[in-house]
Write a protein that binds this ligand. Structure first.
Ligand code: SF4
Ligand code: MG
Length: 335
């Protein structure tokens, strides 16, 4: 059986001011039904561009997929005619974004927008479409759903708007949901509620979810596997538990040391020094070397390949095996 979603060796390039920018440089992952893969990275790491490529909504030009493959249950999506691609987007792969206000139409009521999905894509009549819209709003736990159908997006709080965007994305029960920084604009308590809602809906619908975030805190307890991206490339990929317990890349170590963890009290938080590189001017060798506390001479010269340190656990570091072999991160492994 073909996997639900298989992304293979994805390369995306931009052409900016006459310059080639490699935004995504060889990303591969597989997503099974009901599974969550988190794509973790700072802004500019290529994680959102990669998601847009998978979704088929890259702005072209200047962005284009240079090579690679995106297969949904074995069907290659790259290069599909736009009309067929759109059908997949409506039905099979859905996406939610950081900012619900840009995803929702400000002019129409949320009821209109939800009903429209069912009328256009499912051919339901007015009455049936309205009933489904109410069900959907209840499913994402909008209080007094029926009464709020007539409200416009701006009449809802940020958290409630995010729920409505989730409702729109899930209306046609997609197989795959791509969530790009779904909680970044929200305050911390609302973030947790939205993540719980997403996890619950994912269970109910046995969807696969690709969760794109810069925030390791959002990923904990939700992701089955984690892909860490840095400067357009995969730095490390691993089952979530192994990544937390025994990261094999100094960048991942840095990320883990820089976020508060419920399971690891005490211990100061140490931010990673420096900033990610300009994607148009990547340093030679390992792209992380200017910030890496472990860098040696070879790192500035030779680009490290992805090496496997444990089953399903790869890292792109010349010293991945050593980093991985070091003692477990204290208190980790319970996420
Ligand atoms: Fe650091 Fe070198 Fe490993 Fe890159 S290859 S992460 S610079 S130790
Ligand atoms: Mg982004």
């Amino acid at each position: 059986d073909a996997p639900l979603l298989q992304v293979d060796d994805l390369h995306v390039r931009f052409r900016v001011r006459g310059q080639d920018v490699r935004a995504v440089n060889g990303l591969s992952y597989t997503l099974a039904e009901g599974e969550t893969v988190a794509i973790l990275g700072e802004s500019g790491s290529g994680k959102s561009v990669a998601a847009q490529a998978v979704m088929g909504i890259l702005d072209t030009p200047p962005a284009r997929v240079e090579r690679g493959s995106v297969r949904l249950r074995g069907v290659e999506l790259l290069g599909l005619p736009e009309r067929r691609r759109r059908a997949y987007r409506a039905d099979r792969i859905a996406m939610i974004f950081q900012d619900a206000l840009t995803a929702l139409n400000p002019v129409f009521t949320v009821g209109d927008q939800l009903r429209e999905m069912y009328r256009v894509h499912r051919g339901l009549g007015r009455r049936a479409a309205r009933d489904r819209a109410v069900e959907l709003m209840e499913r994402v736990r909008i209080p007094s759903a029926a009464r709020r159908l007539g409200d416009h997006p701006h009449q809802f709080s940020g958290g409630m708007r995010q729920r409505i965007m989730i409702a729109m994305a899930l209306a046609l029960e997609p197989d795959v949901l791509i969530a790009d920084e779904p909680t970044t604009a929200l305050d911390v308590t609302v973030q947790a509620q939205i993540m719980r809602l997403l996890a619950g809906l994912q269970d109910e619908l046995t969807m696969g979810m690709v969760l794109i975030t810069h925030d390791l805190g959002v990923v904990a307890g939700v992701a089955d596997r984690i892909v860490v991206m840095y400067a357009g490339s995969v730095a490390e990929q691993s089952p979530a538990r192994d990544l937390y317990a025994r990261p094999a890349h100094p960048y991942t170590r840095g990320l883990l040391a820089s976020v508060p963890r419920l399971d690891r009290r005490g211990g100061p938080l140490v931010p990673i020094a420096g900033a990610p590189p300009d994607p148009a001017a990547l340093p030679p060798g390992c792209p992380f070397h200017p910030r890496c506390p472990r860098a040696e001479a070879v790192c500035a010269v030779e680009r490290p390949p992805l090496v496997t340190v444990a089953p399903g656990h790869d890292a792109a570091c010349h010293f991945a095996a050593e980093v991985h072999a070091e003692q477990e991160v204290p208190g980790a492994g319970s996420v």
